[in-house]
Design a protein around this ligand. Structure first.
Ligand code: IPE
Ligand code: IPE
Ligand code: MG
Length: 239
């Protein structure tokens, strides 16, 4: 199946973009400047994605827990999301990338939601890669939301409990058509999932780098892809 190189490139990469605040502290600037620099790192990724051979990238941009931050920081992050879309929509179109979102999108401010919806519509027919923004996303929330959908079908009598299996459950997650991530990257050295893609990451390879997200460039992504290429994925079996 495919050439040597194709075999070693992850099809779907999920990224916990962490360390914007530490980047700002290290440079003696406000946290929001770290987020702004982080958005530029996403811009670079958008520009390079089609050349990497990666088909899907899911970026953890705002978690269900991130509402705990100051109103000032939350507002700045929501504003930055709008600015990011405004500044990157034409590049996404030019590069043939499709934009999707995952998370409790209804819980975002109306302005962010509208911008996001427009960009999703305008890129819907693009086929050279898919960029998924996880916004107001929580892994537990996603599982709860799937359970609710399934339970209401069962309550309506259109689904029998014994029909519920892993395949049916996965079909009720936010983006059932997207394959599970092959590789999870977390920047800034933290060794935790922070409620990201709890169902989908079951068998993903994990790569943690001390590099802070705003410094995560093309060379850093290549390092992660090379590391992935050396992994021996067994999925519980023996090879
Ligand atoms: C990641 O950077 C961006 C978001 C969570 C939105 P942080 O803001 O968490 O940066 P640190 O962890 O404080 O360095
Ligand atoms: C995870 O980073 C969420 C995003 C990158 C959006 P956090 O900085 O919020 O995670 P914790 O608090 O270190 O676990
Ligand atoms: Mg953090």
């Amino acid at each position: 199946m495919g050439t040597e190189t194709e075999k070693h490139v992850p099809r779907h990469v999920a990224i916990i973009m962490d360390g914007n605040g530490r980047w700002a502290a290290r440079h003696g600037v406000e946290r929001v400047e770290g987020h702004r620099k982080g958005a530029l790192a996403v811009r670079q990724l958008v520009e390079n994605l089609a050349d990497t051979g990666i088909e899907y990238v899911t970026l953890y941009a705002f978690s269900t827990e991130n509402w705990k931050r100051s109103k000032e920081e939350v507002d700045a992050l929501m504003e930055l999301l709008c600015e990011f879309i405004d500044a990157n929509l034409s590049v996404m179109i030019e590069k043939g990338l499709r934009l999707l979102a995952t998370g409790r999108i209804d819980g975002l401010p109306e302005k962010s939601r509208d911008r996001l919806k427009l960009a999703i519509e305008k890129t819907a027919s693009n086929t050279r890669g898919t960029l998924i923004l996880a916004l107001n996303y929580g892994g537990r929330a996603e599982i709860v939301d799937a359970a609710r959908k399934i339970a209401s079908e069962a309550a309506a009598g259109t689904l029998r409990p014994d029909e519920i299996d892993e395949t049916l459950f996965a079909k009720n997650l936010y983006l059932p058509e997207i394959p599970d991530p092959d590789l999870l990257i977390r920047t800034s050295g933290e060794l935790r999932l922070s409620n990201f893609l709890l169902w989908e990451l079951s068998y993903s390879e994990i790569y943690v780098t001390d590099t802070l997200w705003p410094d995560f460039d093309k060379a850093e992504l290549e390092k992660a892809i090379v590391a992935y290429g050396t992994r021996n994925r067994r999925f519980g079996g023996r090879k």
